[in-house]
Design a binder for this molecule. Structure first.
Ligand code: ZN
Length: 421
């Protein structure tokens, strides 16, 4: 028996995080219209305003919330269920006060703090960039102690043999003495930051099973998450191949597919701009799978995080679950349950479906739930309950009553035996 983090017994989870580089209203509208028509709710990042500093590059080009039509369109995406996230406040370095006023503006427009932040290029205000872009510094994805030890040994050796120093970039968002410092703001206002590590596997948690994760040496980032590398149209379409999607479902995986929808995903044909045919088909293919859970990245990461705080212990006659989250967790699925009903000690009954999946409507905050099969459930009794078999106990009671009613029955039996002798 095992616990699945996806709601409603779904087999896998899929989302997209769209880096806003190069995006304009005209280039992204066909993409989001298609995603919306397929019921795929994903995460789109935004810039608040154009770059103020001279380190802007070609990658800094694209619409910002200062263009009214674009801002209204992004607001309509949020109203349709898409998540809006931050991609730094601008496409080039911003100073502390510019960052704070930019996040304030985000809140005014969207009605909430950005839950997710994606770091752009080498902006000076990026946080812990030497950690964020180095896969060797991230927690090992190995689970066994020998493999973990080997992993850290190899990393230490690679670190020593590298000619580059530990601080390869001039990013300093975490340094309090820098004019680009905003680590404390990130810590108090943003929950998740994407690492800049690219994973070439659609199933992101296969390579990063610990995400979202906190690192003690990067305290201003509450939780990091990793993503799969669909950085451009070719990589995006390749990762959404039939083979990768089938494997994602088979492995009960979770995909956070990172991309830039502003880069060549749409084409101008016969006077109107459309999403290219291949991407359209690949998105249609994954969306048509009834066993997928499609939610924005923030919702998906919240769910993974909540399930890190649910302890689960299966045993031969049932299972035990404990929810240590400060909130109730709804729709918890147990997979490969035995083909029989499971009971709580209070007598609540749960019946697995034909696929041996059992869904618990809600796991209360702080609650421990014990599920027992029928054999163990029927063995439960209060301290003064009869410990012998019910029929044997009843026969013994009848015998005692008979002896009370006929006090001399033993004497009579003795006399009858003596007479025979
Ligand atoms: Zn970017």
């Amino acid at each position: 028996m095992r616990l699945s983090p996806y709601p409603d017994g779904k087999a896998f989870a899929f989302t997209i995080v769209d880096d806003t580089d190069g995006s304009t209203l005209e280039t992204i509208r066909p993409v989001y219209e298609h995603l919306h028509s397929l019921g795929l709710r994903t995460t789109k990042t935004v810039w608040i305003r154009p770059p103020a500093t001279s380190d802007a590059t070609a990658d800094s080009e694209g619409d910002t919330l200062q263009r009214a039509e674009y801002r209204e369109y992004v607001e309509s995406l949020q109203a349709s269920g898409f998540e809006i996230a931050l991609h730094n406040v601008a496409g080039a370095s911003s100073r502390r006060e510019e960052i704070i006023s930019g996040i304030d503006e985000f809140c005014r427009i969207f009605g909430h703090e950005p839950k997710i932040h994606i770091q752009h290029e080498k902006n000076r205000d990026n946080l812990y960039f030497d950690v964020a872009q180095d896969a060797r510094r991230l927690p090992s994805s190995f689970r066994s102690r020998p493999a973990r030890a080997m992993h850290s040994l190899v990393n230490r050796w690679l670190g020593r043999s590298s000619a580059e120093g530990p601080q390869r970039f001039a990013c300093c968002g975490e340094e309090p003495e820098s004019e680009y410092f905003w680590g404390d703001v990130c810590q108090s206002r943003i929950k998740y930051v994407r690492s800049n590590v690219f994973l070439n596997d659609l199933n992101t948690i296969r390579r990063s099973p610990q995400m979202p994760f906190h690192l003690a040496r990067t305290p201003f980032v509450n939780y990091w998450f990793d993503s799969s590398n669909g950085g451009d149209r070719e990589r995006f379409d390749a990762l959404l191949s039939e083979r990768q999607v089938s494997r994602l479902a088979r492995e009960n995986g979770c995909s956070v597919l990172y991309t830039h929808f502003g880069r060549n995903f749409t084409e101008q044909t016969a006077g109107c701009r459309e999403l290219n045919r291949e991407t359209r088909e690949r998105l249609g293919n994954i969306a048509s799978r009834g066993d997928g859970w499609f939610a924005p990245a923030g919702e998906l990461l919240d769910r993974l995080l909540a399930f890190q705080r649910i302890a689960f212990a299966p045993f031969s006659n049932g299972a035990l679950l404990h929810n240590s989250n400060p909130f109730d967790v709804c729709s918890c699925s147990l997979w490969e349950t035995p083909n029989r009903r499971l009971y709580t000690p209070a007598g609540q009954v749960f019946t697995p479906n034909a696929k041996k999946r059992l869904t618990l409507p809600s796991l209360k905050s702080g609650a421990t739930l014990l599920l027992l099969d029928e054999e163990l459930f029927s063995a439960l009794r209060p301290w003064n309950g009869n410990r012998s078999c019910a029929l044997a106990g009843d026969m013994a009671s009848v015998w005692r009553k008979l002896r009370e009613l006929l006090p001399d029955v033993e004497g009579t039996l003795r006399r009858m035996k003596a007479g025979h002798a």
